[in-house]
Design a protein around this ligand. Structure first.
Ligand code: PAF
Length: 279
């Protein structure tokens, strides 16, 4: 497995692979890899000749009071995991390599204005910008993202469609701990007590799934979900919402495919979870 830190050396490798007619799968990550990332890399391994993992904590997607500095990092462990999963390259640039006093950004309207976009107003502009840059640098045939970040996935799919990126975006299922907590690099912030409290998210997801399958309207699904979270003293709801799966706009009734998504603070840690429902 190769490791690159510059755009130039990454492009040179990509050029050689393309000349040999090889297909490329890209798994963009911010590192501190867990089983969720491993499932993306494993899927990319099955579907492509070459697997590239990017490992970059992207500063432009963090707001001024967010956890950019504290975000967990362990490149040696990431690198060993990627190697064991058969990745061909990790692209691991420094922020100075990716950003030189930038003036050009990629942003997306409408889809980024609800859910996480309300609390994190610059987040998706940073995500779209870095993901566009990675698409230009790695020129993948397929790119893999987790459904845990469902709004991010919907936004990247729309960006690829609107800006004519020549690649396929593939969403992969949420990977959970045995007790239901969705895997996340941010789970490492939780104390023992908070880790227990965090189970209210997956419990709410389970309840929501039962209610939506029983044909309930949005509010009849969301109110009991909120009640489960509000019963947990360490939890504070940012949002629990039902939106159209494509536009990310709120819906009152389940008439089209929907996303039911939540962000909840457990202590100081903001966790997200969701489920989709297809009509
Ligand atoms: O989902 C993430 O880890 C990040 O938002 C991404 C897509 C790697 C962009 O920095």
């Amino acid at each position: 497995m190769k490791v690159t830190t510059t755009v130039l050396e990454t492009r040179q490798l990509v050029k050689e692979w393309k000349k040999e007619g090889k297909s490329i799968g890209l798994v963009p990550t911010m590192g501190f890899l867990h089983e969720g990332h491993a499932s993306l890399i494993a899927r990319a391994r099955k579907e492509n000749d070459i697997v590239v993992v990017s490992d970059f904590v992207n500063p432009t997607q963090f707001g001024p009071n967010e956890d950019l500095e504290a975000y967990p990092r362990d490149f040696e462990r990431d690198s060993a995991l990627c190697e064991s999963l058969g990745a061909d390259l990790i692209f691991h640039p420094e922020p100075e390599e990716m950003y030189h006093d930038p003036c050009a950004f990629v942003s997306i309207d409408t889809l980024s204005e609800t859910l996480c976009g309300k609390t994190r107003p610059i987040h998706f502009k940073g995500v779209c910008t870095v993901v566009s840059k990675l698409f230009h640098i790695v020129a993948p045939d397929r790119a893999y993202f987790g459904q845990k970040d469902a709004q991010q996935l919907a936004i990247i799919k729309k960006m690829v469609l609107d800006l004519n990126f020549d690649l396929e975006v593939i969403g992969c299922p949420i990977v959970r701990e045995e007790d239901g907590l969705a895997k996340s690099s941010r789970n490492t912030y939780l104390s023992q007590e908070e880790r227990k409290a965090a189970l209210c998210l997956s419990k709410a997801v389970k309840k929501g799934q039962e209610l939506i399958q029983a044909g309930c309207s949005a509010e009849a699904v969301l109110a009991p979900m909120r009640a489960i979270i509000e019963a947990e003293p360490l939890a504070k709801i940012d949002y629990v919402s039902m939106v159209d799966a494509l536009t990310m706009q709120p819906v009152e009734n389940v008439e089209k495919d929907v996303l039911v998504a939540m962000a909840v603070y457990i202590g100081k840690t903001r966790l997200i979870d969701n489920f989709s429902y297809e009509v």
